[in-house]
Design a binder for this molecule. Structure first.
Ligand SMILES: NC(=O)c1ccc[n+]([C@@H]2O[C@H](COP(=O)([O-])OP(=O)(O)OC[C@H]3O[C@@H](n4cnc5c(N)ncnc54)[C@H](OP(=O)(O)O)[C@@H]3O)[C@@H](O)[C@H]2O)c1
Length: 256
């Protein structure tokens, strides 16, 4: 049996690191990507010892020019092909747009949307050729309604959801599985990076991965993690008048 390889962006912490552990335990070889080389090397050592799979660390800033092209070229040069792509690297900023650092907003759009799109596009043709592969793009339950105080973040995740659900349909019958994964608030360093800890109850990365596995088995275009998150995202915001939905959304991300 030939080995299968998963490419995970944002693998140094949080959701990406937990996916790496679980996919390694499932027997997939791994390529781990993030900026923090030390964290990736520590995680790689842990997974090799626990699972015996091959783990390659490719530490880099995916926000740098040509990062997606260089990453896929380096993966090919290492003799690997990507069977499973987890487009997970991303971050959010918190606060009114008028007070934001414009460069930080641009970096957010670049990483959350552009890099994710380019990696999906670059990995897809060979998956279709082999009639096998999985692409999971990490969106958010913030994808389902505009999010005052996290306006750019919410918009990037709406993009990820829209792009990925369209891709799911485009790849019907090709043997490639595509999923937009929409976590609600999840216990990770995400809130430290955003500079605000506003979520009152958080789910675990382990719960999120169990949700992902169930959604892949059902071949859904997208999944929201957690029943109450799903009801709110898919039903609740549609029932509310827009002004009320915007007020409620801001309330959710306002500091405690
Ligand atoms: N936690 C939540 O409540 C939540 C909810 C909905 C959606 N999400 C989404 O889930 C994904 C993972 O977030 P998380 O919660 O696991 O937070 P996290 O622990 O902060 O993970 C973010 C990951 O992205 C990497 N990253 C950030 N900027 C990068 C860059 N320029 N180049 C390469 N890698 C970069 C980080 O590693 P380095 O710093 O080492 O580069 C880290 O591994 C994100 O897309 C986030 O929007 C999270």
């Amino acid at each position: 049996m030939t080995s299968r390889t998963a490419l995970i962006t944002g693998a140094s912490t949080g959701i990406g690191a937990e996916f790496a552990r679980r996919l390694g335990a499932d027997g997939l070889d791994l390529v781990l990507v993030a900026r923090s080389a030390d964290k990736l090397e520590t995680l790689a050592g842990e997974i090799r010892a626990a699972s015996g799979v091959a783990v390659t660390v490719m530490a880099r800033d995916l926000g740098a020019p040509n990062a997606a092209a260089e990453l896929t070229a380096d993966v090919a040069a290492a003799g690997l092909h990507v069977d499973f792509l987890l487009n997970n690297a991303g971050f959010g900023t918190h606060g009114p747009v008028a007070e934001a650092d414009p460069d930080r907003l641009a970096d957010q759009i670049r990483l959350n949307c552009e890099v994710l799109t380019e990696l999906s596009q670059r990995c897809l043709p060979s998956m279709i050729e082999r009639r096998s592969g999985t692409i999971i793009n990490v969106a958010s339950n913030a994808a389902f309604q505009p999010l005052p105080l996290m306006a750019v973040y919410g918009a990037t995740k709406a993009y990820v959801l829209s792009f990925t659900e369209a891709l799911w349909h485009e790849t019907r019958g090709t043997g490639v599985r595509v999923l937009a994964l929409c976590p609600g608030p999840t216990e990770t360093p995400f809130f430290d990076v955003a500079g605000e800890d506003f979520a009152r109850s958080k789910r675990t990365t382990a719960q999120l991965i169990d949700t992902t596995k169930r959604a892949l088995a059902r071949d859904q275009p997208s999944v929201v993690d957690g029943v109450s998150n799903a009801v709110l995202a898919r039903v609740g915001v549609r029932l509310l008048p827009k002004k009320v939905a915007l007020w409620a959304a801001q309330k959710v991300v306002s500091p405690r």
